[in-house]
Design a protein around this ligand. Structure first.
Ligand code: NOJ
Length: 568
């Protein structure tokens, strides 16, 4: 097999807790239900912290649990300083932080600064105030175009489908006849005006509110979207969640230079505290632009959606890994790695599809269905790839169970605004948000819903096979595989190791091979994404394989991976 040129990337950043952290995403609605009403909540999370500590992750990131009308599952925040009663109380949040810390788990909360809910007191005030008033200046209100201002101010489209502008009713004395407000997402999510110093001051206060309560960091929602180009110029392109823009032309509402100033401001606030981090959710490419968000005086991490979007494709993964490590090194950061989250089809299902449409959002009953068994063996191999890479890894709840997407949800069960705003043209993200199965034989698979309650999204029958209690203690299970990988990763410090492509690496033939040199051991990661067994020779020492019979006669079979550890 032809060898690839050997590249070595040195980690230049002084290791801090986040440099190599494995961060587990909790989607509070669907993790565990503490009060039995069918909706996950903070007491439910607290009850499962031992599970997370035992899994071996370093930190927990919680999707929003703030007061919200839940038009976008909590990404429409009405009060940034309180917990929605459906998730518990502020005391529960405090207890969660304390209990997590007692188990040496860091806590990252979600921050949604691009938009508020339309139920936020600021927006309500804006609606009740005249055009040009300070209350309107906190958002992006504009008069419409054309006779009577009946056309939206520009042609921008909402990321959830339909126009990005909604017109409000004008008062009798309102000469504009009713202004329009900008919402890059749902009409219930008006965009804030980040040219307004009051918005800056408010978010600094919100940061301090949660920092003072002891959180270890913030995952910043749509971190590339807060600043819009001067004059709000028309733009013909289209953008997709996670994927970003279709073309290389940047949207006038994404990745504008001004956003970086906001992160410099926030960084100064965080630096007054110890060891707190900012994580960018930014659909920005190429990677050289993404890593500008993690320059020394800005954020600490950015989700690596290029890696996530590479799919089960050796050449795309090879490029994503090479570019990420190179770009991370140029800014003195480490890279992150992520395979799934609450906005994407779960990778155990994506990897089981023959064809993955670009920017796929959801799978419906009429769509081609994934090959569940194939998806699972690949997802297990992908775990060895992701967790073998140096840097920080994100695990979405259920990844550790090999959990598939719910691909046959009925229209009446769907909740995602993207489904409704596209008239069902997009299935939306509900399929990856289904409540977790904890116990195979219990009501709602042990999610916690009381006998007379049903989970907020129905669980498919096949979730039974993935239940935590079925997998725990079974050496062949995906859960035990994750536990083993996380234990070895931490024990050897592979997350802080030095990366180099290995001579067996041959992405064009579907084979990835690299080594990670840690303090007193070497890790070799070999992943076969191709169609033929590949000769990898014998190994003395610890070996972890992604599936039974992965290694046959000195060959690594297709859709399999192996970790080979050599102590020095
Ligand atoms: C990104 C979040 O991950 C997604 O769930 C949400 O709908 C949008 N941002 C809007 O806040």
């Amino acid at each position: 097999m032809p060898g690839q040129p050997r590249e070595v990337t040195l980690m230049t950043a002084a290791p801090r807790w986040w440099s190599d952290a494995v961060i587990y995403q909790v989607y509070p609605r669907s993790f565990a239900d503490g009060d039995g009403d069918g909706m996950g909540d903070l007491p439910g999370v607290i009850g499962r912290l031992d599970y997370l500590a035992d899994l071996g992750v370093d930190a927990v990131w919680l999707s929003p649990f703030y007061v919200s009308p839940q038009k976008d599952a909590g990404y429409d925040v009405a009060d940034y300083r309180d917990v929605d009663p459906m998730f518990g109380s502020l005391e529960d949040a405090d207890r969660l932080i304390a209990e997590a810390h007692a188990r040496h788990l860091k806590v990252i909360v979600d921050l949604v600064p691009n938009h508020t809910s339309d139920q936020h007191v600021w927006f309500q005030e804006a609606l009740a105030s005249p055009p040009g008033s300070p209350a309107r200046e906190r958002y992006i209100f504009r008069p419409g175009k054309g006779p009577g201002g009946e056309q939206p101010p520009n042609n921008w489209q909402s990321i959830f489908g339909g126009p990005a502008w909604t017109r409000i009713a004008g008062a009798d004395d309102d000469e504009t006849g009713g202004e329009w407000y900008l919402h890059l997402f749902d009409s219930s999510q008006p965009d804030l005006n980040w040219n307004n110093p009051e918005v800056h001051a408010e978010f600094e206060a919100i940061l301090r509110f949660w920092l003072d309560r002891g959180v270890d960091g913030f995952r910043v929602d749509v971190a590339h979207g807060m600043v819009k180009a001067e004059g709000l110029p028309d733009w013909e392109g289209s953008v997709h969640m996670v994927g970003g823009e279709d073309e290389d032309r940047r949207a006038p509402f994404f990745d504008q230079e001004g956003v970086h100033e906001i992160y410099r401001e926030w960084r100064r606030v965080l630096d007054e505290y110890e060891d707190r981090i900012l994580v960018a959710e930014a659909w920005v490419h190429p990677l050289s632009r993404l890593f500008r968000y993690v320059r020394g005086d800005e954020m600490h991490q950015a989700f690596n959606f290029v890696f996530l979007s590479a799919g089960w494709d050796a050449a795309a993964l090879h490029e994503a890994i090479t570019d990420s490590l190179r770009e991370a090194a140029t800014v003195g950061a480490t890279s992150t790695w992520v395979l799934s989250n609450h906005d994407t089809v779960r990778h155990a299902s994506r990897f089981g599809l023959e064809f993955v449409p670009p920017h796929q959002r959801g799978i419906g009953p009429e769509d081609p269905q994934p090959d569940e068994a194939l998806g699972l063996v690949r997802a297990r191999a992908a775990a060895l790839l992701e967790l073998g890479l140096p840097g920080s890894a994100y695990v979405y709840q259920g990844d550790e169970l090999g959990l598939p997407e719910h691909t046959t949800l009925a229209p009446e069960d769907r909740q995602d605004p993207a489904y409704f705003r596209t008239g069902g043209g997009e299935m939306g993200r509900d399929g990856c948000r289904v409540p977790l199965p904890w116990a195979a034989e219990e009501h709602a698979f042990g999610f916690g819903a009381g006998e007379d309650a049903t989970p907020w999204l129905p669980q498919p029958e096949r979730f039974r096979h993935y239940a935590v209690d079925r997998q725990s203690g079974d050496e062949t299970s995906t859960l035990e595989l994750y536990r083993t990988l996380l234990r070895l990763r931490a024990q050897h410090g592979f997350g802080r190791g030095e990366f180099a492509w290995h001579e067996l690496n041959d992405p064009q033939e579907g084979f990835l091979a690299f080594t990670v040199t840690a303090e007193s051991s070497d890790l070799q990661v070999l992943v076969n994404l191709g169609t033929q067994p590949v000769r990898v020779g014998p190994h003395e020492g610890t070996q972890v394989t992604s599936r039974r019979s992965a290694l046959t006669d000195g060959h690594l079979v297709p859709d399999a991976a192996v970790w080979r550890i050599t102590e020095r």
